[in-house]
Design a protein around this ligand. Structure first.
Ligand SMILES: [Zn+2]
Length: 301
């Protein structure tokens, strides 16, 4: 009774083996097919990866070039008015005794012309300080400012602004008018009369205003404002603090003389002074790519 049962067991085991053999044959066929399919898929996958890498590289280059802004990065400048600070428009003197330390004050005339033309073409409206106070978020505009009152603001920047219909503000160190390399009273008067320039105060002596006593501080601001008003015949309503140095005391004193005040940082310290007396500014000594990249932080398109 055991035998047939065993036979059938053997048979069934053989059958099972055969079946298993068949199955394993089918499996290996399947596997090799899978491998072929996989190898077929590897080529498109490699192509896809290469394309993705190339696309990422292209995007990174365009972002670096300032051609586009990454939508996922929101700069603190977004939604604020770009106020640019220049000093000299000219070729850096690069004198051995000065080294290259003052080179950052210079923007070459051709670069300045390119920057103003770019702003114009990109649809920026050029504002005066008074207009900056009522500027509405979203309006594409910029405020061009110059500090110290260098002579090249008249000889270099002025013709470029005239050519492109640009408007700018010059913050003048009133006590330096007519000094070597600085604007003369006649030049300043002509600039103010042109309607292209607003004249603002940059102190009378270009001292750190925070270092003054209360009476010195008021006297410097008063004398600076009075001197500039006498020359231009216009009221002087804006101040830019020398060295961008300000504190509560400085902004409080400045409020008594001026409608608005400008600092030298792109971001204000919210704890110091009212907003209109601490308007942030952006130093411009950049190349063209950097200029474009900077402005796109304010207006992406
Ligand atoms: Zn200065």
């Amino acid at each position: 009774m055991d035998f047939p049962e065993n036979q059938s067991e053997v048979k069934s085991e053989n059958q099972a083996e055969n079946q298993a053999g068949t199955q394993s044959g089918a499996q290996s066929e399947n596997q090799s097919e899978t491998r072929r399919a996989k190898s077929k898929k590897i080529i498109p996958a490699a192509l896809l990866l290469t394309s993705a890498l190339a696309l990422s590289l292209a995007l990174a280059l365009l972002i670096a070039a300032g051609m586009i802004s990454p939508p996922f990065v929101r700069d603190f400048r977004a939604g604020t008015l770009p106020v640019l600070v220049y000093h000299c428009i000219g070729t850096p003197p690069n004198k051995p005794d000065r080294g290259k330390s003052l080179d950052y004050l210079y923007v070459a005339p051709e670069d300045f012309a390119w920057q103003i033309a770019w702003l114009k073409k990109a649809g920026y409206r050029f504002l005066t300080p008074a207009e900056a106070l009522t500027w509405q978020k979203g309006e594409k505009a910029a405020l061009i400012t110059f500090d110290d009152g260098y002579e090249d603001n008249y000889s270099q920047a002025y013709p470029i602004l005239r050519q492109y219909g640009g408007v700018a503000t010059v913050f003048v160190v009133a006590g330096d008018i007519g000094h070597h390399g600085r604007l003369t009273a006649a030049q300043l008067k002509e600039m103010a009369d042109s309607g292209l320039w607003t004249v603002g105060c940059h102190g009378y002596r270009h001292q750190d205003l925070t270092s003054y006593s209360a009476s010195e501080l008021r006297e410097d601001l008063r004398l600076g404002q009075q001197t500039l008003a006498d020359i231009t015949g216009q009221s002087i309503e804006a101040v830019a603090y020398p060295f961008g140095a300000y504190d509560e005391r400085v902004t409080a004193a400045a409020t008594d003389f001026f409608e608005c005040g400008f600092i030298a940082d792109p971001q204000r310290d919210g704890r110091i002074g009212p907003e209109r007396m601490t308007i942030p500014r952006e130093g411009v000594w950049y190349d063209r790519w950097a200029f474009r990249r900077l402005l796109r932080k304010y207006f992406p398109n």
